[in-house]
Design a protein around this ligand. Structure first.
Ligand code: PEP
Length: 247
């Protein structure tokens, strides 16, 4: 049975707070096709506004990160329970920018994953990917997966998403070859389905996806959706990307 494809807009820290209301309003006017789960991940400050502006029946909300624990003396952190109660369904974890600039390790991502999975209805999107093209992606992916998913168990009905995001393709305009995507996704899916039920796991691709190249991924059966950065800031491009994945 084919799964509903998930297309995630990661706005990163690119939208000034004063501009968020306008961008959210423009997203709220889009008609997303059936068969796609479109998800918008604004920054934390815009999350409550996003929950008010968007119809959460048409579009899901996500956060770009979460704390590794749910409550306590952790200055500056954001509780997974609060993320859920603000209206989010998805949480991106371990994005390569957080690994690079904030020193996030696989061990920390594992703790965040446990904290997110402890909140009913919250779905983690764990990012993995090699830094340099062709530099042993298999070993890098296996190490990141083993670290992030150490001792993780899923309850019946719980879901998890992994986003394969080769760092060399993020924000660079470098387009991945079909054979590279297939190889990485098969590896990730194989790894996940040895530990979890295939019905509980989805694997997305991310890295310089835009309105022109999104259709290249639509017929790859092991690509369950996309994680989109730059091109998700333009509502019409994001809609085109969503539509392209159904072709
Ligand atoms: C991302 O931020 O996860 C990403 C894939 O960015 P971009 O689409 O801009 O490469």
């Amino acid at each position: 049975m084919s799964k509903t494809k998930i297309i995630i807009a990661n706005w990163k820290m690119k939208v000034p707070h004063q501009g968020a209301a306008n961008l959210l309003r423009r997203f709220s006017h889009l008609s997303f096709p059936a068969g796609i789960e479109a998800v918008v991940c604004p920054d934390f400050l815009a999350l409550p506004l996003a929950a008010k502006t968007l119809s959460l029946r048409k579009l899901k909300l996500g956060a770009q990160d979460a704390a590794f624990i749910d409550r306590g003396a952790y200055t500056g952190e954001i509780s997974p329970t609060d993320i859920k109660s603000l209206g989010a369904t998805y949480v991106i974890l371990g994005h390569s920018e957080r690994r690079q600039y904030l020193g996030e390790t696989d061990a920390l991502i594992n703790k965040k994953l446990q904290a997110v999975l402890a909140v009913p209805g919250l779905i983690p999107v764990v990012c993995v990917g090699e830094k340099a093209r062709g530099k042993n992606p298999k070993a890098v992916l296996q190490k990141q997966l083993a670290g992030a998913f150490k001792d993780i168990r899923l309850k019946p009905g719980q879901r998890l998403v992994v986003a394969y995001e080769p760092v060399w393709a993020i924000g660079t305009g470098r387009v991945i070859k079909r054979s590279e995507v297939v190889l990485a996704h098969l590896l990730i899916l194989g790894w996940l389905t040895k530990r979890f039920s295939p019905t509980q796991c989805q694997v997305l691709y991310g890295g310089s996806v835009d309105a022109k190249n999104a259709a290249n991924f639509s017929d790859i059966s092991v690509v369950d959706g996309l994680l989109v950065g730059g091109a998700s800031l333009e509502p019409k491009s994001f809609l085109t990307i969503c539509r392209s994945m159904l072709k």
